[in-house]
Design a protein around this ligand. Structure first.
Ligand code: 4AD
Ligand code: MG
Length: 464
């Protein structure tokens, strides 16, 4: 069946003017007077719906068609006319309208403003709503922009495993993968569960990050990036944490922390500019209904120089404001979201990289600085969200790396292959992880991670 995509019509209406075309989609609304009816038809290809005009005498079955409700799947054949004087640039005068799939009267997405909470309760239908539909189109455009950015720079796209036996962050927030019977697992002599009998012959988990394998790939290809799902069993009931989320993780060889930050800044700006030019209607919608400052902010950030501040300096700037914070800040504490947002929103007014955190609060693989206290880490903080990127220069010195692994009470044997990378032509290298959902939140102004993921998985919910 030949159908014209509605987004293509709006992109160049004059190319279709006066021509006979067929469109397919779902009715958003249908209103009728005696002899004429107007159906707003949306096919999901873009934000806007096409107005289809049904006329008694011209469109067969007129009397039956005008009774159709929202959600009906339709095919309409007719002539496209330009209507520059009307609210929309064009409309379709239908010669034939076919009901492809009727829609039951209890269809929950009737034409009115639905709350985001209500939309979450109909996860299978909400991609058809204005807000979630627009967020998911922005998500698609942003994902493509990420690939374009790295591919243009010659990075190799690396697929890293979802199932792993190593905790890449050493934070213990792993989901276990097992085929053992939970009611009667095999046991060792001392009564512990015997994971030698399990599918992989040892404990296995869903990955929290593709970084460790990404480093192995970078030692072969120089510059790589991963882009895939990651999993964290952290019981964080915040609006910015999901149990399953997508991460973009570039890893660059022969590079240090400064190179790493430059790459992150270039990438964020590239994605911003691409989405600004590819999704103007979606962003205008979010600017009007979700966050009035969105467009101005995205445009400003696309051209701004990001700030850089050391953790030690950041704490010095935050400490005088301690009476406002729920969590008091002092050197050695991890930054909480309230501190992160204060830094980027109030103190700097632009996205800011915080660097050189105390080694105790950061992952084992980060390179130790000469002061003996801090590591070559960086977090990128942005307005409305806080941390959107976490990265570091990696510890390339095998003895220091092994000492850090022992210090977190892990067995170096479990990380033997990772330590090997330092023995066999290791080199200074760095990388970062971008939380992709957080990026989409930043691009849309939506404040809950569950609204930028089609089927979110968070503590206590894995519906749909
Ligand atoms: O800071 P994180 O934990 O860093 C890593 O995983 C490193 N291995 C990255 C690297 O250097 N290759 O996570 C990176 C980013 C965070 O900045 C945040 O944006 C996002 O991933 N993130 C989450 N997003 C949603 N839900 C969660 N539970 C998240 N945890 C981290
Ligand atoms: Mg982090």
């Amino acid at each position: 069946m030949q159908r014209t995509i509605i987004h293509a019509i709006f992109a160049a209406p004059e190319q279709f003017a006066g021509r006979e075309i067929t469109v397919c989609g779902w009715v958003r609304t249908l209103r009728s007077s005696k002899a004429v009816a107007f159906a707003e038809l949306n096919d999901g290809s873009g934000f806007r719906s096409l107005q289809v005009i049904l006329e008694d005498g011209r469109t067969p079955d007129f009397a039956a068609l005008v009774k159709l409700g929202a959600g009906t799947a339709l095919r309409a054949r007719g002539t496209l006319l330009l209507t520059p004087e009307a609210g929309q640039p064009c409309e379709l005068h239908a010669d034939e309208v076919t009901v492809v799939g009727p829609c039951a009267a209890d269809y929950p997405l009737q034409k009115k403003r639905h709350s985001l909470e209500f939309l979450r309760s109909i996860g299978h239908l909400r991609p058809r709503s204005n807000t979630v539909g627009a967020a998911l189109r922005v998500r698609s455009a942003a994902a493509f922009a990420i690939h374009q950015f790295f591919q243009e720079r010659g990075f190799v796209y690396a697929h890293t495993p979802v199932i792993t036996c190593a905790d890449a962050e050493g934070a213990g927030e792993l989901f276990r993968v097992t085929t053992l019977d939970p009611a009667a697992p095999p046991r060792t002599a001392d009564g512990a569960v015997d994971f030698r009998e399990d599918f992989f012959g040892k404990p296995a988990f869903l990955t929290v990050s593709g970084q460790l394998q990404g480093e192995a790939m970078a030692m072969a290809f120089g510059n790589i990036y991963t882009f895939g799902p990651t999993f964290r069993a952290e019981r964080s009931y915040t609006q910015r944490h999901a149990a399953e989320f997508w991460m973009v993780e570039p890893e660059i060889a022969f590079a240090d922390l400064t190179d790493d930050m430059q790459l992150a800044e270039d990438m964020i700006k590239y994605v911003l500019r691409t989405v600004l030019s590819r999704c103007p209607e979606e962003l205008a919608f979010f600017n009007q209904h979700v966050d009035r400052g969105l467009l101005a902010r995205l445009e400003a950030v696309a051209g701004a120089a990001f700030a850089r501040v050391s953790y030690t300096e950041a704490v010095r700037l935050l400490e005088p404001r301690n009476d406002r914070f729920e969590y008091k800040i002092a050197w050695g504490c991890d930054l909480q979201t309230e501190h992160e947002r204060c830094l980027t929103e109030e103190i700097f007014g632009v996205p800011v990289f915080v660097t050189d955190y105390p080694k105790e609060i950061k992952a084992f693989y980060m390179r130790q600085n000469d002061d003996g206290k801090t590591v070559a880490a960086m977090d990128l903080l942005v307005m409305g969200i806080g941390e959107i990127i976490g990265g570091s220069q990696r510890e390339e010195r095998p003895d220091l790396l092994e000492a850090r692994i022992r210090a977190m009470d892990a067995a170096p044997e479990a990380y033997q292959w990772y330590l090997d990378l330092r023995r066999f032509g290791g080199c200074p290298h760095a990388g970062f992880g971008l939380g992709f959902e957080r990026l989409v939140m930043y691009l849309t102004g939506l404040s809950n991670i569950r609204d930028v993921s089609a089927f979110p998985r968070t503590t206590g919910t894995a519906e749909f």
